[in-house]
Design a protein around this ligand. Sequence first.
Ligand code: MN
Length: 244
Amino acid sequence: MTAVRVAVGVATERAGRATNEDALHAGGGVYVVADGMGGHEAGELASRTAVEALRVLGRGTPDLARARQVIRAAHARVRALPADDPLRRPGTTATGVVLSEHSGTPCWLVLNVGDSRTYRMAGGVLEQVTQDHSEVAELVASGVVPPQDAARYPRRNVVTRALGGGSETVDPDVFWIPVSPGDRMLVCSDGLTDEVPDSRIEAELKAEPDPQAAADRLVEAALAAGGSDNVTVLVVDAETAAAR
Ligand code: MN
């Protein structure tokens, strides 16, 4: 048996918006970000409801089937929220990692619905581990939009999967990544990734060993870039250690 110790940094800002429709949870082995949408207060309620529902993944050592079950339950809870506008039902993205075990090995259980992102930095190299569920990501994947034009694509914020929203069912991505000592996981909303290129994110994460200071630096970079969307950043550093 091995145990994983983590150190976490958390930062969120509503930036130019009237409210912060992002929500997060970081603790008890669950590190998730949700970015809500919907009229009035619906987006805030949607993201908070989703994060609250996902927290139960911190109990025990969930597997992929359990994660899908909990995500479906979160989807149902967001769908049950009242809608101010019947054409714009409350919805939210959700992504992040849960510390668990697979075949006796400590693993990150990665989950994703929508266009918030989970990255891993290992050996100083940043890699996006989730795939965006967005119109622009699909157009890039099919070759219609060149990757270098994705950041300027006018409908880049249109998501193709969400918790809640208009769809009756949810099709989450869930998968394992083994935990390696020194892993630095980054979980963030599009308020970061729309404003700050991956190369700059990687440089900031390399330059700042303290996870809280790193999270603060990334949010500051998004604001300095003129970010007008809510921005949320979780930095989760892992050390594996032999259990006593
Ligand atoms: Mn956003």
